[in-house]
Design a protein around this ligand. Structure first.
Ligand code: AMP
Ligand code: ZN
Ligand code: FE
Ligand code: FE
Length: 274
């Protein structure tokens, strides 16, 4: 089966690339995209780890952009690594600055934390801040950290450094990557119906139709949009590692059971960009 949305310890996932690969094999995944936030740092290790197995690693990433002042995630598949490396490092550097800003805000609020010591190529995110809050004893769970401090508009929330969705799509296209709107119904800055045409104008090539947070009717709606605009369909469990806490949207790796037939159109689209 196919998994097109996963995270590792190179961003905010809890499995290393090697652990993720082994788990994917155990779960029956045949083609696995690693889509860490703003970094390609996991691919090399994952590709190496997958060699003994019948598992194809699909190079991907999840780009953090801003639309209408809200965070919007754009997946990119099959980028030209050399072209994307520089611009992406700027985004990751921005994430390190943002993590420091969130730590500063928390300290001002009376909840000092110690930031994790991540290598410059690794992308810190809000889940790292949530872990630090828990570690410092300020909260009992990740959910509490998000509810009290880190959710969008929470008192310690800091948006990504400015980078519009249109700029993100343009960057991906210029680097030969297929841009796909990740989990559209999580987006809080407007309706899918009104935003989609704008993104399509900017060069969007696909929609992540299948995602644990999407309801059956939302999936149907997105399938219709793909038909209407001639967009590719992708999907994945947005796997961040085994869950320790209750989360209604958690889906295990490969739990969506997506067919491998979604892959050839994606590959073909990537080929047209080369
Ligand atoms: P960031 O890109 O740093 O803003 O972090 C986004 C990540 O935070 C997502 O990929 C999720 O893993 C996690 N996340 C976002 N909102 C929540 C929430 N309300 N509760 C728990 N985790 C969340
Ligand atoms: Zn994440
Ligand atoms: Fe996302
Ligand atoms: Fe994700």
């Amino acid at each position: 089966m196919l998994e097109l949305h996963t995270h590792t310890t190179r961003s905010d996932g809890s499995l290393t690339p090697t652990e993720l690969v082994k788990f994917a094999v155990a779960q029956g995944v045949k083609a696995l995209a690693i889509t860490d936030h703003d970094t390609m740092a996991a691919w090399e290790e994952a590709t190496e780890a997958a060699k003994p197995y019948d598992l194809e690693i699909i190079p991907g990433l999840e780009l953090s952009t801003v639309y209408n002042g809200r965070s919007m995630h754009i997946l990119g598949f099959y980028p030209d690594t050399e072209k994307l490396q520089g611009p992406l490092q700027e985004r990751v550097d921005g994430r390190h600055r943002r993590a420091q800003k969130m730590a500063d805000k928390l300290a001002e609020l009376g909840y000092p934390i110690e930031l994790p010591n991540l290598a410059p190529s690794m992308a810190p995110g809000r889940p790292h801040i949530a872990s630090a809050l828990k570690h410092a004893g300020h909260v009992n769970s990740h959910n509490e950290a998000f509810d009290r401090f880190l959710k969008d508009d929470g008192p310690a929330y800091v948006p990504y450094e400015k980078f519009t969705a249109q700029q993100g799509i343009e960057l991906l296209l210029n680097c030969g990557a297929v841009p796909v709107w990740a989990h559209p119904y999580i987006f809080r800055g407007g309706t899918v119906e009104t935003i989609l045409p704008v993104l399509v104008d900017a060069g969007l090539m696909g929609i992540e139709v299948y995602h644990p947070t999407h309801s059956v009717s939302q999936v149907r709606k997105l399938e219709e949009y793909c038909e209407r605009y001639g967009l590719l369909m992708t999907g994945g469990s947005d796997y961040h590692g085994p869950k320790k806490e209750k989360n209604p949207d958690f889906k295990d790796l490969n739990a969506l059971g997506l067919p491998l037939s979604l892959l050839p159109p994606l590959k073909k689209a990537a080929y047209t960009l080369k």
